[in-house]
Design a protein around this ligand. Sequence first.
Ligand code: SF4
Length: 329
Amino acid sequence: MHPFAYAVAGDTDEAVAMVTADPDTSFLAGGTTQLDLMKDGVLRPERLVDITRLPLKGITHTDTAIQAGALTTMEELAADPVVRERLPFVREALLLGASTQLRNMATIGGNLLQRARCRYFRDPAVAACNKRTPGSGCAAITGAHRMHAILGTSDHCIALHASDVAVPLTALDAVVHIQGADGPRSIPLTQFYLPPDDTPDIENLLQHGELITAVEIPLLPERARSHYIKVRDRVSYEFALASAGVALVIEDGIVQEARIALGGVGTLPWRAWDAEDLLHGSRADAAAFRSAAEAALQGARPLPGTAFKVELAKRTLVRTLETVAGAQS
Ligand code: SF4
């Protein structure tokens, strides 16, 4: 591993100032992505600023939302009684997102910033990776890309966004609160991530030195039901081939409210706006659910290795919709 200096920040302002001042300095929280990438030689910071002692841990509740400090672990968020009761698909995505050991170490802020799982990105011996080395090409497009994205891709990168919990959080219009050298700001998760386009190295709106301090998660209406389904090659310790996070309010067989996002298929957590529009006011039946799934995958651009994902994602979404609708009947 490339040698690095280590510092502990005393407060949030100091942490932000330390990282902002030096492009080769990074934050260190749970480290479950960062240390892997450093060991692999993908990231080579000169200094890490440990933020784990900052007061960014814990969950607060209001009548309409919960706010999780960025250092809240995945396990702590999954165990929160309000998440369990009012946001079951968030809890399911957290529990399916990582092993118990990782959930006890990984923070919610870090989870949202996890890097691409593309094997070429994580192997510096491979020259062609636009995300790691802008302008170098993309080895995955002509290489092994079975685990890659089919929505939001570009000719420069097809890497998948691998977070599970970001899927229901995107469906819920969660907001990330950020602290930077110029002060705080907040960004809806639906706008936070950037598609690769011709700059795959720029993954989100966070500037160097800005720190996610909290995630605000709106609650669903009490009459809503939600569910997260993740389809993968094995039942544990594996990323999604396709996943769906769905919340529905159904009254008298009619969909009053639909929130839908997909995982395992997009270069970012994929909000299925077209599917939601189609379901609003429609009957909650198999035909409508299939039409919604067709709409959700309309823009898919599969490659030979990912062609199977189109139908898989549709069926995953239909099954999730049917499960949620069944829970309301
Ligand atoms: Fe790099 Fe993206 Fe291509 Fe993977 S898919 S090799 S991360 S440019």
